[in-house]
Design a protein. Structure first.
Length: 131
């Protein structure tokens, strides 16, 4: 409940900050520049802490029970929980891929797009099932 909502918001806020940091560096670039990873690494470390805490909460039946919208109906409870957990995993996979590409100075355009799309999906899942 409270923890799932809190860590979800924390994670999504950090994704917003990561996105803003990326765009601040892309602002005047004509091609994809090598990114300065200093702030991105710091934000990513905070993100990983929020992600790990969120996954812990999503795997804790006591925390899951506290999400009222997930407990109105047993069928929807599982569906919402699974969809939400899958969206969290997809975002984590996408952001990790982006960070790996940016660190190695590989072309990160596609992994950025996937990160952005996964972030949007998680926001939709959050708004559908948690709020």
């Amino acid at each position: 409940g409270m923890n799932i909502a809190f860590y979800s918001r924390t994670m999504l806020n950090l994704c917003d900050e990561i996105d803003a940091e990326i765009w601040a560096q892309l602002e005047n670039a004509e091609t994809l520049p090598v990114l300065d990873m200093t702030n991105l690494e710091s934000l990513y470390t905070q993100y990983q802490e929020a992600y790990n805490s969120l996954m812990e909460a999503l795997n804790d039946p006591e925390q899951v029970k506290k999400v009222t919208s997930w407990n109105d109906d047993a069928y929807w409870s599982d569906v919402y929980h699974d969809n939400f957990t899958n969206a969290v995993d997809a975002l984590n996979t996408a952001l990790t891929a982006f960070m790996d590409a940016a660190r190695s100075q590989a072309e990160y355009g596609q992994s950025y797009d996937e990160f952005y799309a996964a972030s949007s999906t998680l926001i939709e899942e959050y708004n559908t099932s948690i709020v």
